[in-house]
Design a protein around this ligand. Structure first.
Ligand SMILES: NC(=O)c1ccc[n+]([C@@H]2O[C@H](COP(=O)([O-])OP(=O)(O)OC[C@H]3O[C@@H](n4cnc5c(N)ncnc54)[C@H](O)[C@@H]3O)[C@@H](O)[C@H]2O)c1
Length: 406
């Protein structure tokens, strides 16, 4: 069985490393963040993800999963190296590829034996070939660097399940060697019948950004319908339900609300728009500009609703906000719609107190000026208004009338 390394142990990389170890592979994972590596090596997930920590411990105990900070050790160990570093939003919405390049630059000079480098990060089309050429130039003389792209579709909150049983596995390859090697890596899900789609590098890169653009468009579509329903006196929930029964449309990603956030959809939509602009594809530029604008508009609309309920002025109003993670079952607050609403309310002089089951430490790093409450009732105490902004199941179970009386 090929020995596997995972470069970058964030939400994607740590989950990938743990799940591959759980499928029986020998896995060595690396990160440049010493605190993350120390925690993971100690059996603690550096972020909240249901089911991940027990699986991390199990595979550390089995000896199949190890952590390091040495790229020389990674190069020496691995037959297949997965690149899982971040690609955050950079200048003018473009993807910042700095982490991808620095990981590739750190690994390439140590590549003494034949191996396959596989990108999993979400990148603009064309990146894989740039990374391949860059690694080739930095690799030891005579060492050929082979690259494949294997985009990841996991959802935070369901990351373990999605990694072990994805809807599909997409491989972008340049030779006949990458596919059989990756078939060995993914032998268990492939045996279980998960579809494998093999294509060129560029198409594989595009599958991921096109999937996220489609999902974001679906969310913004139903949120735009919510605006129509509000003006027309119609019920968007009933509309969504009726639309969703159409098999061509489907019910998922058709819930009106505060819009999308997190470390993927918003930045991927903007990065794809930037790519489309550089390719001169104006239709995609205008489509994604609208998708993003509708999404941002939801945050403004919720702040406006709060202002309306408060009688036209938020200054001095005490607002309790339930949920600050960008979605339930996650502690991720990157581009959190809830946090964005909190900031709008604070900018208008409201006194905002928030509660979240797991995301408050991360939120406090990004927004130290908010008051973080130890419980829902502490957040809601003396509040003029309570906003439920992240759909944690515990919050859905709250009876608003009982909360008002407490
Ligand atoms: N989070 C998700 O749900 C998800 C899903 C699918 C795809 N993706 C994509 O996966 C990629 C990673 O996302 P994430 O959410 O895991 O990000 P993250 O910020 O949680 O993790 C990235 C990790 O890479 C590490 N890193 C940075 N430079 C490094 C280097 N040179 N060498 C080794 N490690 C390095 C960072 O320290 C960090 O731990 C992104 O491209 C993202 O779009 C994420």
């Amino acid at each position: 069985m090929p020995r596997v390394t995972v470069i970058g142990t964030g939400y994607l990389g740590l989950t990938h490393a743990v799940c591959l170890a759980d499928l029986g592979h020998e896995v060595l994972a690396i990160d440049v963040d010493a605190a993350k590596i120390a925690k993971a090596a100690n059996g603690e997930a550096p972020f909240f993800e249901p089911g991940l920590e027990p699986l991390l411990r199990k595979n550390l105990d089995s000896g199949r999963l190890r952590f390091t900070m040495s790229f020389a050790e990674v190069a020496d160990f691995g037959d297949v190296h997965f690149l899982c570093v971040g690609t955050p939003e950079g200048e003018s919405g473009r993807a910042d590829l700095g982490y991808v390049y620095s990981a590739a630059d750190a690994l390439a000079p140590h590549l003494a034996s034949r191996c396959l480098v596989v990108g999993k990060s979400t990148v603009p089309v064309g990146t894989a070939r740039l990374v391949m050429n860059r690694m080739q130039a930095a690799a030891p003389a005579g060492r050929e660097v082979e690259l494949a792209w294997n985009p990841e579709f996991l959802r935070e909150g369901f990351a373990v399940q999605d990694s072990l049983t994805p809807d599909r596995i997409v491989l972008g390859v340049t030779s006949g060697r990458a596919e059989p090697l990756l078939r060995e890596v993914y032998a268990a899900p492939l045996t279980a019948g998960i579809p494998l789609l093999v294509m060129d590098l560029e198409t594989a890169e595009l599958v991921k950004v096109a999937a996220n653009a489609f999902l974001a468009t679906k969310i913004s579509f139903i949120n735009a319908m919510a605006e129509v329903c509000e003006q027309a006196g119609a019920d968007v929930l009933a509309l969504a339900e009726a639309l969703g029964h159409d098999a061509r449309i489907g019910r998922r990603f058709l819930s009106p609300g505060l819009g999308f956030g997190g470390g993927c959809l918003p930045k991927d939509v903007r990065a794809f728009r930037a790519t489309a602009a550089s390719l001169g594809v104006d239709s995609v530029v205008s489509l994604l500009t609208t998708v993003d604008a509708v999404n941002q508009g939801r945050r403004d609309r919720v702040a406006a609703l709060a202002r309306e309920i408060a009688g036209g002025r938020l200054a001095g109003q005490r607002v309790a906000v339930l949920g600050v993670a960008f979605k339930p079952n996650s502690d991720d607050v990157r581009d959190s719609p809830s946090l964005a609403v909190c900031e709008r309310l604070m900018a208008e002089g409201a006194v905002v107190s928030v509660h979240d089951p797991v995301a408050m430490p991360n939120a406090a790093k990004r927004q130290p000026d908010l008051a973080y409450a130890v419980s829902v009732s502490a957040a809601a105490e003396r509040a003029d208004l309570v906003l439920h902004l992240t759909e944690w199941a515990d919050y859905r179970a709250i009876d608003p009338a009982a909360l008002a009386r407490a």
